[in-house]
Design a protein around this ligand. Structure first.
Ligand code: SF4
Ligand code: SF4
Length: 472
């Protein structure tokens, strides 16, 4: 039944294949010879199959685990250098007709405050986000055909791109809305979105149906096949993710990688990003009722094994995770993080909204964007506000081929430095600026091509003179 090329959810995410994979990993997880072979293959940075990656995830030999973590760190350095791309979520509406039992926006929650931003309110949110220094957003909305129809989402995207406040601009809008039709994906594509993100929540069909007892999201196949429709609608970059804690993590890990293999097999391009959220407390949601929660060590191992299995796919960690956890896990393969996030509807312009119980989850990392940027630099990372690829048409297979050949480095580093410079000039505190200027001076010398180095250097001076928005 298992067929990665099939367009049917139950064939490309075959339950039997997942069970076989788990049994195979159980049987071989301490087979040093096999693990060594897989690690050798992984060092070539061409990725691993779900079975191979599962074996690494299950391996509990301490020396081999040390090698797995070291390899994940190395692959991260090879593909992403020391750059971390910054983004923020923007919640448009928490009206929702679905019944997801882990999310406070579920339709039966009668005491949560329901809100939907008007275009004027969206403009205010965007100005507040621009004033923080953000350039890249992920818009979030519940599913509600009456309150949040596709026309509302499209109008909101238009509003977001239209706001130019001081030197600010939102240059990439990623979209996280419910599974929809090919026609609607086409409309999103035409609206100029970056990545279409949709979390699977769980790949386990039976659990999925229990966790989604009502509403359109109850339909497992429609939800699981959404990325195929998105790609048919012309969206090149799609983002996968599961909500860890709902089902057993080993099952989810295998399903996630099988989904990535499916996209590659059918569309010739894997997921642009993978998100690794863990379930969090929220209004009427108590994470302890879900008994599949994972500890930080397991979480770190999952991140490391995803990094090794799909080296070319960006990995996203949100403010669901605490500073301490982010510090521990970021090195193993995270390429994008959010900072200064508000998970309530209207929370940027009206911070009081954070307390009005319209939040989707409690944020664990409550630091400001400036604090997060400084913290990253103190750990040796370059915070990047780059959005160049999608604006230069480097999406889908064009992006992936550049990324797989490691050519993307000629763009990422100078773009990171130039966008960081903009941030330092326009939004940073004096302390952050000081650290950032030193970092830029040092990192400029790491640009390999002399011509690119010189152009970047010139542009950094132009940014000092007030010009903005340079990119490779
Ligand atoms: S997870 Fe999404 S679809 Fe489900 S209740 Fe929350 S907002 Fe609605
Ligand atoms: S150049 Fe492309 S891949 Fe690199 S950081 Fe910018 S948008 Fe991302």
């Amino acid at each position: 039944m298992y067929n990665p090329k099939s367009l049917k959810a139950e064939e490309f995410i075959s339950h039997d294949e997942i069970l076989d994979t788990l049994a195979y990993a159980d049987a071989h997880k301490n087979n040093v010879e096999l693990i060594n072979q897989i690690l050798e293959k992984a060092k070539k940075c061409k990725g691993l199959s779900h079975r191979e990656a599962m074996l690494l995830l299950d391996c509990d030999i301490p020396e081999k685990n040390a090698e797995i973590f070291a390899l994940a760190e190395q692959i991260k350095k090879d593909f992403y250098g020391n750059r971390i791309v910054m983004f923020a979520p923007l919640y448009l509406s928490n009206y929702c007709v679905n019944g997801c039992v882990y999310c406070p926006y579920h339709a039966i929650n009668k005491h949560i405050k329901r809100k939907k931003l008007t275009q004027e309110e969206i403009a205010k949110e965007v100005i507040a986000l621009q004033d923080m220094g953000h350039k890249r957003l992920a818009i979030e909305s519940g599913e509600d055909p009456i309150n949040n129809p596709i026309e509302y989402i499209l109008e909101s995207i238009k509003t977001i791109y239209s706001i130019k406040h001081k030197n600010g601009a939102i240059r990439r809008v990623n979209v996280n809305i419910a599974a929809t039709t090919v026609e609607n994906y086409r409309k999103l594509k035409e609206a100029g979105i970056g990545t279409y993100i949709l979390f699977q929540e769980t790949y386990h069909k039976e659990s999925y149906e229990k966790l989604h007892p009502k509403g359109p999201k109850h339909n497992y196949a429609y939800h699981t096949e959404a990325m195929d429709r998105a790609m048919e609608g012309g969206i090149d970059d799609v983002g996968l993710g599961v909500l860890f804690g709902l089902e057993r993590y080993r099952y989810e890990f295998a399903g996630l990688l099988m989904h990535a293999e499916h996209l590659e097999a059918v569309h010739g391009v894997g997921p642009h990003t993978i998100s690794v959220p863990r379930i969090r407390r929220a209004d009427d949601i108590d994470p302890s009722v879900f008994d599949n929660g994972i500890d930080d060590d397991t979480f770190a191992k999952i991140v490391a094994c995803i990094r090794i299995a799909v080296p070319y796919t960006g990995m996203i960690m949100s403010t669901r995770e605490s500073k301490e956890c982010r510090e521990k896990v970021i090195h193993y393969g995270i390429s994008q993080i959010s900072g200064g996030s508000k998970t309530s509807v209207g929370g940027y312009d009206t911070p009081e909204a954070e307390d009005d119980n319209s939040s989707q989850f409690e944020v664990s990392d409550n630091r400001t964007l400036d604090e997060v940027v400084r913290w990253l630099m103190q750990m040796g990372y370059i915070p990047s506000f780059c959005t160049a690829c999608y604006r230069e048409g480097r999406t889908g297979d064009r992006f992936m081929s550049l990324c797989k050949n490691l050519q993307i480095h000629n763009c990422c580093l100078p773009n990171a430095l130039m966008t960081l410079k903009e941030y330092l000039m326009d939004y940073a505190s004096p302390e952050t600026r000081k650290i950032g200027e030193e970092l830029i001076k040092k990192e400029l010398n790491h640009i390999p091509m002399p011509k690119v180095h010189d152009i970047c250097n010139d542009n950094l001076h132009r940014i000092e003179q007030g010009l903005r928005d340079f990119r490779f």
